[in-house]
Every structure is written in C-alpha cells, then in structure tokens.
Design a binder for this molecule. Structure first.
Ligand SMILES: Cc1cc2nc3c(=O)[nH]c(=O)nc-3n(C[C@H](O)[C@H](O)[C@H](O)COP(=O)(O)OP(=O)(O)OC[C@H]3O[C@@H](n4cnc5c(N)ncnc54)[C@H](O)[C@@H]3O)c2cc1C
Length: 312
C-alpha cells in the first residue's frame, strides 16, 4: 500500500489542490462534543475544486484500500480517542445555497443555519423547523434530521450524490426510502453533494418569527450550554413516551462517567462537562442503555454515531 503522503500527493498533483490539509489533525476541533483523537490525514478542499477532487479521492481510496470518512459539521458523531485511520474528507469548503423558484439548491457543506437563512432571505418557507440546529445540509440529509415533528425528507425533492462508481447523479427523494432518522444513504458508501429542497412562498417576517421561536426554544432547552451532539438516543413509538422522559423518570439525570454526564436538565442529552474523553461518552451511553434495559426492558438505540477506532 502507498503511504498516505504518496497517495495524496499523487491526487493533489493531478488536481491542483487548494484548501486545508493536515496530518494528525485533532478531531476534537471538528466535533460538537469537542472530543476525538487525530485523523491520519484531514482534507478540506476548497469549493471550486470540491466535486472533481472528491470524485478522484474516493476512486483512489477505493482502488488503494485507503479508508475514507466523510465529515459534515461533526454535530452527530463521537470520534474515538485514538482518532480516525486513513483520510477524513471535510465537506465544509463546499458551501452555498441558492433559490431557484420555490426550490432551494443547497451544497452539502453549507451550515444548516445558513441554508435556513438563505431560504428566509428568498421568502421561502418550510425550513424554519431547522433553525438553530448544528451541522451541515449534507449531514442533515444523511441523518434525515428531525425536530418539531418534521423531518428533512418532508422538504427534500432530490439529492445529488457521487455514487459508488464515481458517477455524479441526482436521486429523486421517494418518501418510502426515508424514515425516522433514516435515509437511503446510510446503507451506501456515497458522498452527498447537494440537496434540492421544495419550499413554498411565505412572507419573510413570518418565516423569521418562526425561526426565532425555534432558536429560543433550543436555547431554553439548554442545547448550547455544553458541548454535546443533541439527542443521545432515538425515540421509539413503542416505548409510549420520549426516551428523555424514560431516562428522567429512572432518575438518571446527572449520571456521569468521567467528564461525560447526562445533562442535569434533560435525560436525552449527554454533555461534555469540560474534560470528557470519547471513551467517557461511550461508557455513559452504554451505562444509560444498560440501566434502562434492566429497569424497563426497553432497548435504546443510540442516535449519536461512533466514528474512528473502537474496541468491540
Ligand atoms: C445542540 C445540538 C442539537 C441538535 N439537535 C438536533 C435535532 O433537533 N434533530 C436532529 O435530527 N439532530 C440534532 N442534532 C444532531 C445533528 O445536528 C444532526 O444529526 C445533523 O444533521 C448532523 O449533521 P453534520 O453535518 O454535523 O453530520 P456529521 O456529524 O458530520 O456526520 C453524521 C453522519 O453523516 C455522514 N455525512 C455527513 N455529511 C455527509 C455527506 N455530505 N455525504 C455523505 N455522508 C455524510 C457522516 O459520514 C456521518 O456518518 C443536534 C446536535 C447538537 C449539537
């Protein structure tokens, strides 16, 4: 196998790379939990070269057997303390959102809040529910992000991807392919490039009022008080109540493992109180799930994703 340096120099000399590149980049700088060890090679190509560069990088990684991890805003992942082997491709340089009639075309690396702002400025309603949610548009499509009883798939018309063969194509969004926090891209090794969102005309003042309500609600619910990744576990209709309520009722608020803690004000948020390691977070997720199972029989499914090297 080529060394990573030779691997990337070959690609960069063919593409005229511009952007950010670093060996051993601490992933704690790129996750909302503020944890995670080094990425062997971290690359954020500039927007101007992004699709072509990503296509060549993905093809070369496949051919050479180099592991590749795609990073959005890092708002739903816990990267292990030993970090990520191979290449991390950060989509952050590939950003921008443009209205086309009643649709919004959003590049994957666009922060969700910027997409929401762009829709508001164009007088397009339908994205207000996402105001204040951390992460990128690409991550929101991949996760099928959901809040206030709405999912990203409710407004998704089509997604442009780089598929497993390196082809760049638009995939129409079929409702049957999406579910609660599920998108069809979770079972594939594809890169989401852009999303086409179907919105509707709405007076800008109304849009902004709703956006403000959402942001204030998140603020009041303590979303931004400490580093976290939002909800730690998925909800499940079969439980009959929200997962956070189940955890609350078992008295698990405030439960801690090292620097990781179940938020004292919300059962389904795990926070980094300052010096948490990724292992602390993982241990606490297991501890909460084990206790809930032992006391109620419910099997909780983590919503946060564990990336990088983990035992077991
Ligand atoms: C304070 C707070 C509040 C939150 N509230 C909510 C909420 O209300 N609802 C909700 O659903 N989530 C919420 N989250 C979680 C998070 O914001 C969402 O899951 C978000 O959609 C993750 O996007 P991201 O860009 O950060 O993805 P990342 O965390 O970077 O990645 C998540 C997954 O998506 C993949 N991915 C990312 N971009 C791409 C791409 N372009 N192509 C292919 N794969 C890609 C990654 O490989 C990874 O597997 C919250 C998080 C925080 C910190």
């Amino acid at each position: 196998m080529l060394t990573l340096q030779t691997f990337i120099e070959k690609i960069n000399s063919r593409t005229g790379f511009t952007g950010f590149l670093n060996y051993g980049e601490p992933m704690s700088r790129h996750t909302s939990f503020r944890v995670g060890g080094p990425a062997d090679l971290f690359i954020r190509p500039d927007g101007g070269i992004f699709p072509a560069y990503a296509a060549l990088l993905m093809e070369s990684a496949r051919n050479e057997g180099v592991p590749l991890f795609i990073l959005g805003g890092g708002a739903n992942i816990v990267v292990s303390d030993t970090g990520i082997r191979g290449v991390v491709l950060d989509t952050g340089g590939w950003h921008g959102a443009a209205a086309e009639g009643a649709e919004l075309l959003v590049r994957a690396g666009t922060p969700v809040d910027d997409a929401v702002e762009a829709a508001a400025a164009a007088g397009l309603g339908g994205l207000e529910f996402l105001a204040g949610m951390p992460g990128t548009a690409g991550g929101a499509v991949w996760m099928n992000a959901r809040c206030y009883e709405k999912s990203l798939s409710d407004v998704l018309a089509a997604t442009e991807i780089l598929d497993e063969s390196g082809a760049r194509l638009w995939v129409p969004a079929r409702p049957e392919d999406f579910g609660y926090k599920k998108s069809p891209f979770q079972n594939r090794r594809v890169l989401i490039l852009q999303a086409r969102l179907a919105l509707r005309k709405r007076p800008e003042t109304e849009i902004r009022r709703e956006m403000e309500e959402r942001r204030q609600d998140r603020e009041a619910r303590g979303h931004y008080r400490y580093p976290s990744a939002g909800s730690a576990f998925k909800n499940n209709r079969d439980f009959g109540k929200p997962t956070g309520k189940i955890i609350d009722e078992l008295g698990l608020r405030g439960l801690a493992c090292g620097g990781a803690q179940v938020a004292p004000w919300h059962g389904n948020i795990i926070i980094n109180t300052g010096n948490a390691s990724a292992s602390d977070i993982r241990a606490l997720v297991s501890e909460v799930a084990d206790r809930v199972k032992a006391l109620t029989g419910f099997i909780l499914e983590p919503e946060i994703l564990f990336a990088g090297e983990w035992d077991g």
